[in-house]
Design a protein around this ligand. Sequence first.
Ligand SMILES: *Cc1c(COP(=O)(O)O)cnc(C)c1O
Length: 389
Amino acid sequence: MESTLKRTWAQIDLDALRHNYETLRRRVGENVKFLGVVKADAYGHGAVQVSRLLQELQADYLAVSSIDEAMELRQNGITLPLLILGHTPREQVGRLIEHRIAQAVTCRAKAVEYSEEAVRCGGELTVHIKVDTGMSRLGYLCDGRHFETGVQGICDACRLPGLKAEGIFTHFAVSDEEDESSVDYTRTQLTLFRRVIDAVERQWGQRFALRHCANTGAVALWEEAYMDMVRPGLLLYGYGDFAQKLGLQPVMTLKTTVSTIKTYDPGTSVSYGRIYTTDRATSMGVLPYGYADGFLRCLSNRCSLMTDYGPAPQRGRICMDMCMIDLTDLPQVDVGDEIEIFGKRNSVEELARLAGTIPYELTCAVSKRVPRVYFRNGEEVERELLLRF
Ligand SMILES: *Cc1c(COP(=O)(O)O)cnc(C)c1O
């Protein structure tokens, strides 16, 4: 563990996470519950550590994508209510009930499966009904001519034996975009969601305890979408334009180290494919950070990484385990120096923009061989390497 640390590692700033949570909590107010989205290993930050802190800070709910992710949290002392946003095979319903894990119900067929299994186990499964208001992914289709059948399907699910309909939710497609057509689209989704809730509650004769739809974009831009509970992911981790505007802080700093520095003559080609050739005597650093660590290969020759003395352009194809940076104009940099891949001084937003993607993909891409080092009150409190020993 110790030996791998000064290769490539991710520093996770739990103080920043606390700051982000507390800032968002104040923003949404006391009457709105807070669900933290910790799927995909908390967007690469470590679901157990992130969830522990959110539990300590008295968040109300956590959401993951699968029963394996939910069980990881249960096995590690997380007692907060958990919601699985994605697919769970019917054979797993008994475990959901046993471990008090709530499940999204996304269509009639799944509702029937979950109900049958819950009855067979003699238990009750807590469910949140997912409404498709325009994302066109999971959920009861309720748009336009599908309104009546959608509402009927949801009412039927709520009445199935073995299911306890605690919540109802929908997901926005463009709540983070501020152009007119996106704003219209989000407003249409929100209006439809409200109409569906009203119709279902009237017909079913009961109220949902938790109506929720506000992801990161809606927490930032759509106060009227907060309802009973907000459901942000990215904002918690402090990335994106909205995080910056709200004064949130990036939680992850990804670092690597200089393993070799060599000087090449002009006209020397560097790395696979020979896509970079030196045009002067060039001092080139080799970093133990490649696409198997989560560096996107499409960034080859297109980005800079941050030294203590300024940005160093990345040169040549990014390899599986290594990449090269140009240190010619940064003669102070030495072998063993730390390089910030992204963090407070080299933003993940800019790196994502250069790669034609979003910050989510870059933090999720940090692979399991990259140790996570956790800091709290400015001090290292835990190291984790997700390899099996
Ligand atoms: C991932 C996800 C979220 C969180 O999205 P962010 O953009 O990170 O806030 C919320 N709800 C659902 C259903 C999701 O899948």
